[in-house]
Write a protein that binds this ligand. Structure first.
Ligand SMILES: Nc1ncnc2c1ncn2[C@@H]1O[C@H](COP(=O)(O)OP(=O)(O)OP(=O)(O)O)[C@@H](O)[C@H]1O
Length: 245
């Protein structure tokens, strides 16, 4: 399995306070990595570094084998192979269809007949096909989040960064989005890194799980090991719901 990201001695400091301190961490191509931890632990900050939206204060992040030292960013085409879906992603005040094809337009990707069919299939899969001409900013929370997911995968990014993509959604919306995530990871050479506050969701979806606590990666393990035989006391406490949120 190849390595998508390798982090070495990463720190992030905001207002003289160290928010992240990760000595070594790898994310592998083909895996769903679940990122868990209490509120304020640094999960979203880590995701922003992985999307190269922000630079680490020190350390380096290698992306697809290319080293990025001292905050040098990968080139635009590499950065454009990474996308993030937030808890509530902002949508354009346009139709669902226009929202979904937007990433193709900005990348100059032609919407051929076969691509149109592919997008139609994606919308059907997400239960959005009948809504494709509706204004996206008038949708329910669950519908809007499904549009955000469609928009994220439509250009087949190599890396999907998900920041609590299903929080506050009802079970049927959660199930549609989880199925889409499971389907997406089956495509070749994809990596999904997902923050979730729902430990059962991590159990359902993730191959490996990492617990962040006060900016440090406390434990990274395959799912079964993480849940059944964690190395660290803090992981056990987290799983028992003892860490303060
Ligand atoms: N731009 C910023 N400037 C200053 N402090 C920041 C900034 N972004 C994040 N922080 C601080 O960094 C810490 C970690 O925040 P982060 O959002 O990464 O945590 P999180 O684990 O994602 O939390 P949650 O689960 O609540 O979303 C918090 O104390 C937060 O206040």
């Amino acid at each position: 399995m190849s390595i998508t990201y390798r982090l070495e001695n990463i720190s992030k400091i905001y207002d003289e306070k160290q928010i992240l301190n990760i000595r070594e961490l790898e994310f592998k191509t083909g895996e769903i990595f679940g990122l868990v931890g209490p509120s304020g632990a640094g999960k979203s900050t880590l995701l922003r570094l992985l999307n190269f939206l922000e630079k680490p204060s020190s350390g380096r992040i290698k992306y697809n084998g290319n080293g990025y030292l001292d905050g040098t960013l990968p080139d635009l085409s590499q950065r454009r192979s990474i996308t993030t879906v937030l808890q509530r992603s902002a949508l354009l005040q346009q139709s669902v269809w226009k929202n979904v094809i937007f990433p193709l337009k900005i990348r100059g990707i032609k919407i051929t007949e076969s691509k149109t069919l592919e997008i139609e299939e994606l919308l059907k899969y997400l239960g959005l096909h009948e809504l494709k001409d509706q204004r996206a900013d008038k949708l329910s929370g669950g519908e809007a989040q499904r549009v955000a997911m469609a928009r994220a995968v439509v250009f087949e990014p190599d890396v999907l960064l998900l920041d609590e993509p299903t929080s506050n959604l009802d079970p049927s919306n959660i199930s549609i989005i989880e199925k889409m995530i499971e389907r997406y990871i089956k495509k070749p050479d994809k990596t999904i890194i997902m923050i979730t506050h729902n430990i059962m969701q991590a159990k359902r979806l993730a191959d490996r799980i990492g617990l962040i606590y006060e900016g440090e990666m406390i434990e990274v393990a395959k799912k079964d090991k993480f849940f059944n035989d964690p190395e660290r006391n803090l992981t056990e406490k987290f799983l028992n719901g003892e860490l303060i949120y």
